[in-house]
Write a protein that binds this ligand. Structure first.
Ligand code: FES
Length: 340
């Protein structure tokens, strides 16, 4: 049942714009446990509010999705309980969801209400209920509130709220996971003699045993992924059987299909070069001067050490559209996009 308080809470959360979310995330990052600090930022890049709003406001969302070349599972409302599986805090999803709904039921709007404070007000009781350190639940709490902002409270409340964990790493402590992420492959007994034939492990899903492949030193991550000949097209139809777990099309920084989030080891990847830097804002994934950002095109990023990545469930080309939408307002931009 929807009460006035839950409506008030939903209005408050849904009323926050991109800038408010960005400020809140910046304020919260120091309180997020290191095991989830990058993963939280990556999740927010994987599910941009502006794109969700554009689809929500479009007269014909499917037509807009076609115009923006969206492929894969770009709809957050279809993966409310699963989109954040690459966060350590995913294991506390049930407690986090319950805390969000309890907060909504007790919400009292004050002029000084802040998004960051609301995230903390969810993380605190969720951590108590989970008997975990609060820092482990701040990231997933921010994810939960952004999910509510995008899908609405009714859909948010309707899912079972079950976390799906699997794999050896999922059973490790945060410190153990951080150690494992940091460790570079030993290269064997005479490893110090190796130069160009060194090999590094790329983990692409910490929740799944065997979700890893080897990357030759300085090889592009997407090329290395193609050495994994298992058929991933059943779990991600964007993948081509025999070409590995990262979807690719052009392999030349033109299509954006191969984007990944770098959960750990961004500093071990080659710096962003001109083509990737120019394309990222056009795609809409990222606009930064950081030479080694957390969002990369895996067909361009070359590895010099072990890295952990997360593969987004969708891809698209929406940067130009969103820039226009921000300048002109959603409805106008929708009309223009339909005529592009
Ligand atoms: S595969 Fe097209 S940009 Fe990487």
């Amino acid at each position: 049942m929807t009460t006035n308080k839950t409506t008030e809470f939903e209005n408050f959360i849904r009323g926050q714009d991109e800038a408010a979310w960005s400020r809140a995330l910046d304020a919260l990052l120091p309180s997020i446990h290191e095991v989830d600090r990058n993963a939280t930022r990556i999740w927010f890049a994987f599910f941009p509010l502006a794109l969700a709003r554009a689809l929500e406001q479009a007269d014909d969302p499917d037509e807009l999705a076609r115009k923006l070349l969206l492929q894969g599972d770009y709809r957050l409302d279809a993966q409310i309980d699963a989109s954040h599986r690459f966060l350590y805090g995913h294991r506390y999803w049930r407690e986090t969801k319950a805390a969000v709904l309890a907060r909504a039921a007790a919400f009292a709007f004050g002029a000084d209400a802040s998004l960051a404070d609301e995230v903390r007000a969810v993380a605190r009781p969720a951590a108590e209920r989970a008997r975990a350190d609060e820092s482990l639940l701040v990231g997933i709490s921010a994810v939960a509130l952004m999910t509510l902002a995008q899908v609405g409270q009714e859909k948010f409340a309707a899912t079972p709220g079950e976390a799906k964990l699997g794999g050896r790493l999922a059973r490790q402590s945060p410190a153990g996971i951080l150690r494992e992420r940091e460790r570079d492959d030993s290269q064997g007994l005479l490893g110090f003699l190796r130069t160009t034939d060194r090999r590094w492990t790329v983990v692409w899903d910490e929740n799944r045993d065997g979700a890893r492949f080897k990357m030759v030193d300085r090889q592009e991550v997407a090329s290395a992924a193609a050495s994994d000949k298992r058929d991933y097209s059943q779990t991600d139809p964007r993948c081509t059987a025999g070409e590995g777990p990262i979807p690719v099309q052009c392999r030349s920084a033109s299509c954006g299909t191969c984007w990944v989030g770098v959960v750990a080891g961004a500093e071990k990847l080659s710096p962003v070069e001109e083509r990737e830097r120019k394309l990222m804002p056009q795609l809409g994934y990222l606009d930064t001067d950081d030479p080694r950002p957390l969002i990369r095109l895996s067909c361009q990023a070359r590895g010099a050490g072990a890295v952990t990545v997360a593969v987004p469930p969708w891809n698209g080309v929406f940067g130009k559209y969103l820039r226009r939408a921000r300048r002109q307002g959603g409805a106008t931009a929708n009309a223009q996009a339909a005529g592009d």
